[in-house]
Design a protein around this ligand. Structure first.
Ligand code: SAH
Length: 469
């Protein structure tokens, strides 16, 4: 019988839902963080349940063929990446497996096609958004990322997942913090000013001098930068000096915003945002559409992979131009606008007013008129559209946050079921849970395409296609 603190030797031969390694000992499944299939390792049992256990990796006796040296010096401490020790092609295989496992075990899904994951050409430097918590540590302010399952900040100067412009932003911001004595926020005492530095990079601005010379717009896109400081207050010291510094030292610096967050808790953004300088949006491009993005609006973090994600939705939808489409949880209207040119009409529903304003602007920006965006909770607004609005939907697209669809939305979809439903999900477990509800209600799962939006992490996005039969 295994006991807590036992040190065991284990061959990893499977993968858990967070891409942990799984081996078997004493008839039990043993989960080991950072174990990879193929590893022979020793590990100490740290937690025992009835049929499974968690163990801490001690030593690798024979490494998996996929094992590589992480490129980031902070990998062991930082909670951001969980798979840098695994070669990229093997990462995509693990994610394909975790998605398939969730669908089979949680969703009890059978007789559907599991398509191959779409991996990334650029598995580093892909992120267009960073959220750096700022804290006091050892008497000085530090900015970085939270350690795994903790609110301890691991100081970071350079993150290999981010656009390199963030290194410069952190350098300028740290200097500003030192020079002005801005106090980092302390979540225990609920005092201090600066909570998070949130940065965004958009790549839709076109360098006209270069593009005129070489005749192409897309390849010469230059970055635009937006910085939003989340503060437990209403103003920061010396804002003009900060704006001058950022503009002179950060290439592409466009907008500096302040977001006021007076709440305790983990939510990064508070409800009010002031624009200190610049237009208040940056522009990014997916395919031939341009999107304006405000500081608080959701936007996919990996633009190159987002194009593959939306192309998958478009392919699954096989629109003829006659369809009425619902896009629930539509954000700044990206999927709605991607589909609108191939449909009769698309209705978008989104809870954030800021994002809905962006969606409306984005429709105009792209000259698309057959879309209508409504601000409201999907579980309240979509049922009105589905059941009383008179719009008979041919297709519903849902793209909820990690917790999945609100049950009221699923119930409403099942009362007036569109013939086709495309579910875009960033968590295979909640996707599988919701698919089980939808299939029980009459939908049939046709196929699922995983897309690797988040290389070096265990997260995987999936697009599921369902038909009502
Ligand atoms: N489809 C978009 C956004 C997906 S992220 C894209 O690809 O960019 C999920 C979105 O759901 C976020 O914009 C979030 O603000 C929104 N959201 C969260 N809870 C919601 C709810 N109950 N009703 C409607 N929208 C919600």
């Amino acid at each position: 019988m295994l006991k807590k603190n036992d040190v065991i030797q284990l061959r990893i031969d499977a993968v858990g839902s967070a891409c942990e390694g799984v081996g078997r000992a004493d008839g039990m499944a043993v989960f080991v963080e950072q174990g990879l299939p193929g590893d022979l390792l020793t590990a100490r049992i740290v937690k025992l349940k009835k049929t499974y256990a968690y163990a801490k990796l001690l030593e690798i006796l024979e490494p998996s063929e996929a094992r590589v040296t992480p490129i980031c010096p902070a990998f062991a401490q930082c909670g951001g990446c969980t798979l840098q020790h695994c070669a990229y092609p093997a990462q995509t295989r693990l994610k394909q497996q975790t998605a398939a496992n969730a669908l089979e075990r949680i969703g009890r899904c059978q007789n559907f096609t599991m398509l191959d994951i779409l991996g990334a050409e650029e598995p580093f430097h892909y992120r267009n958004k960073a959220q750096f918590p700022v804290k006091m540590s050892d008497g000085g302010p530090v900015a970085g990322f939270f350690a795994a399952r903790s609110h301890r900040v691991v100081p970071i100067d350079s993150c290999p997942l981010q656009d390199p412009v963030n290194d410069e932003i952190l350098r300028v911001m740290k200097q500003y913090i030192w020079d002005t004595g801005v106090t980092p926020y302390d979540e225990i005492t609920h005092t201090g000013l600066l909570r998070h530095i949130v940065t965004r990079v958009g790549r839709a601005a076109v360098d006209t001098t270069v593009s005129a010379a070489v005749g192409t717009a897309v390849d010469t896109a230059v970055s635009e930068v937006m910085i939003c400081l989340v503060i437990n207050g209403k103003k920061i010291p010396q804002p003009d000096a900060l704006i001058r510094r950022l503009k002179s030292q950060i290439p592409g610096m466009k907008t500096l915003a302040l977001n006021e967050n007076f709440e305790r808790g983990n939510a990064i953004f508070g409800s009010k945002t002031q624009i200190l300088d610049g237009p208040g949006v940056i522009y990014d491009r997916i395919g031939d559409l341009r999107f304006a993005i405000s500081p608080g609006s959701f936007y996919q973090v990996n633009a190159a992979q987002t194009r593959k994600l939306y192309d998958t939705v478009l392919t699954f939808a096989s629109l003829t131009g006659r369809e009425t489409v619902l896009d629930a949880y539509c954000g700044i209207g990206t999927i709605a606008l991607y589909l609108a040119r191939h449909a009769r009409k698309v209705y978008g529903v989104e809870i954030s007013r800021e994002a809905v304003r962006d969606a409306q602007n984005n429709a105009a920006l792209n000259g698309i008129a057959n879309v209508e965006f409504t601000a409201g909770a999907a579980e309240e607004t979509a049922p009105q559209l589905l059941e009383t609005g008179g719009a008979a939907f041919d297709l519903a697209v849902v793209d909820p946050p990690r917790k999945g669809c609100n049950p009221l939305l699923l119930r409403s979809i099942l009362r007036t079921p569109p013939r086709q439903l495309i579910y875009v999900s960033c968590d295979p477990a909640t996707l599988a849970r919701d698919i089980a509800i939808l299939t029980k209600g009459g939908y049939c799962l046709d196929k699922v395409r995983p897309v690797d939006m988040f290389p070096q992490t265990c997260h995987v996005e999936c697009v599921a296609n369902l038909f009502y039969i």
